[in-house]
Design a protein around this ligand. Structure first.
Ligand code: NAP
Length: 249
């Protein structure tokens, strides 16, 4: 058990929600970031409090540096930061080829999935690095198997944003390895969450399940379990590494 704080961006739904509940069950005080769905974020906080855990909901669009600064300020008031889960992520409309993509779409994708994750990590390193007087900690970045597959004819911009996350995990991990911070990534496969509906294809994960060696979609809990393991001392020699949690895909 720990009395440390974990910041989870996009902690209100899907994988972020499952991670918030799993981290709280392991004694973390949870900062539940959300973009707009305050009711969902409040529900996560209530569920954690009902199990005698501690959590707060903080509105933070990771596309906004100002929101990110406010998120970490709220975390500072809640306790000592011990972990960041860079979970917030978006997809664009599925089935759009690169030769059909608008600049705005690509910029938004990179702003949220890449710049947002890097800025959150910057704030976490400032607080957790022994170089800055911190006590160390863990950063877990959400990538995707799309980084390996490229997502042709689906959303190459999303895949490229997750490829950037994989490089970021390697580089940042090396940068802060001597400062008490581990940095790890997770590449989920097809997971049963609302993100597919956001891409205009609510059915996507189930439609493609036959292509998964394990012949099924994954659950948000299965990703959350891997994330909280990476956050734990059981993963104390894991850094700059990204784990596929994808049923073999
Ligand atoms: P989801 O069900 O769509 O939930 C997204 C969460 O992120 C929500 O809490 C949402 O907040 C928040 N969010 C959306 N845009 C945001 C922004 N601009 N700033 C801050 N928060 C924002 O997504 P998910 O499936 O759980 O995905 C979580 C992560 O796993 C993402 O990085 C995704 O790319 C990655 N992943 C997912 C899958 C999959 O199959 N599901 C596969 C591979 C990788 P609101 O509730 O306020 O909207």
């Amino acid at each position: 058990m720990t009395d440390k704080v974990v910041v989870i961006t996009g902690g209100s739904r899907g994988i972020g929600r499952a991670t918030a509940l799993a981290a709280a069950a392991r004694g973390y005080r949870v900062v539940v970031g959300y973009a707009s769905n305050q009711a969902a974020a409040n529900e996560v906080v209530s569920a954690i409090e009902a199990s005698n855990g501690k959590a707060i909901a903080v509105k933070c669009d990771v596309g906004s540096e100002q929101d990110i600064l406010a998120l970490f300020k709220a975390a500072d008031a809640f306790g000592t930061l011990g972990a960041l889960v860079n979970n917030a992520g978006i997809v664009g409309k599925s089935g759009v080829r690169v030769d059909e993509m608008s600049a705005e779409r690509i910029q938004q994708m990179m702003a949220v999935n890449v710049t947002g994750s890097i800025l959150c990590a910057r704030e976490a390193v400032k607080r957790m690095s022994t170089r800055h007087g911190g006590k160390g900690g863990v950063i877990v970045n959400l990538s995707s198997v799309a980084a390996r597959l490229g997502a042709p004819n689906t959303y190459v911009d999303y895949a490229a944003s997750k490829g950037a996350i994989d490089s970021f995990t390697v580089g940042l991990g090396h940068e802060v390895a001597g400062e008490g911070i581990r940095v790890a990534g997770i590449r989920p496969g097809l997971i049963d969450t609302d993100i597919h509906a956001a891409g205009g294809e609510p059915d996507r994960a189930h439609r493609l399940a036959h292509m998964v060696p394990m012949k099924r979609v994954g659950t948000a809990d299965e990703i959350a379990n891997a994330i909280v393991w990476l956050m734990s001392d059981e993963a104390s020699y894991v850094t700059s590494a990204t784990l596929d949690v994808s049923g073999g895909r």
